[in-house]
Design a protein around this ligand. Structure first.
Ligand code: TYD
Length: 209
């Protein structure tokens, strides 16, 4: 049996970490094995690339370099961690995936179609069964963020950059409505959880889980 691949997208203050824990609980309550992972990151090599990507000292990083390192980190993660877990029949819950590269690198940085093309190679064609996008206005999100970890290199980008990122996500939501579910992240934790659970129940029904 092949497992399920579930990804979450959403910026600062969207409540992504809390909702990932809820998604994990949704599946463990059904007695299913869950693997929780993240991008950039996951296996050792990908975590090393993460450090380079998020280091606020790397201000001179070129946009193409950045895009390729995200893709390199992903290529290792997919092959070393995600695919083996799916083949074991596990539920893989990943904090960010290719949609982040489309939003941040293709739209935010303006790199366009090149990003999807490179990522086709990085993922080997693997696509999530469902993606939950916790949408929040970047300014509201920033004000709401708990501040438990400092901003990373991308968080420090301009308001315009973050507006383009959101535009990228909106575009994906329009073109792939079956897979990519927009959820308004301004509600309460409980309201958002209910909406996510409704999407997951539907997916489980479709897959007879
Ligand atoms: P992380 O601390 O995991 O972020 P967050 O809590 O915001 O999810 O840092 C990931 C950062 O990298 C985040 O600012 C988004 C960015 N990013 C990209 O620009 N492209 C990508 O492909 C991915 C996966 C992340």
């Amino acid at each position: 049996m092949r497992g399920l691949f579930i990804t979450l997208e959403g910026g600062d203050g969207s409540g992504k970490s809390t909702q990932i824990r809820n998604i994990e609980k949704f599946f463990t309550d059904k007695g299913l094995a869950v693997l929780h992972t993240r991008e950039p990151g996951g296996p050792r090599i990908s975590e090393k690339l993460r450090d380079i990507l998020l280091d606020t000292e790397n201000t001179e990083m070129d946009a193409v370099t950045e895009m390729l390192i995200y893709a390199a980190s992903r290529a290792q993660h997919v092959r070393e961690t995600v695919i083996p877990a799916l083949e074991r029949g596990e539920i893989v819950i990943c904090d960010r995936f290719v949609d982040s590269s489309i939003a941040y690198q293709a739209y935010g940085r303006g790199l366009g179609d090149m990003v999807a093309e490179v990522n086709r190679h990085a993922t080997g064609g693997l696509s999530p069964d469902i993606t939950i996008w916790l949408d929040i206005d970047p300014e509201t999100g920033k004000a709401r963020a708990s501040g438990d970890k400092g901003p990373d290199r991308l968080d420090l980008e301009s308001t315009d950059f973050h507006a383009r990122v959101r535009e990228g996500y909106r575009h994906i939501a329009e073109t792939e409505p079956e897979r990519f579910k927009r959820i308004d992240a301004t509600g309460t934790i409980e309201e958002i959880k209910e909406k996510i659970y409704a999407c997951l129940e539907e997916l489980c029904r479709e897959r007879c889980i």
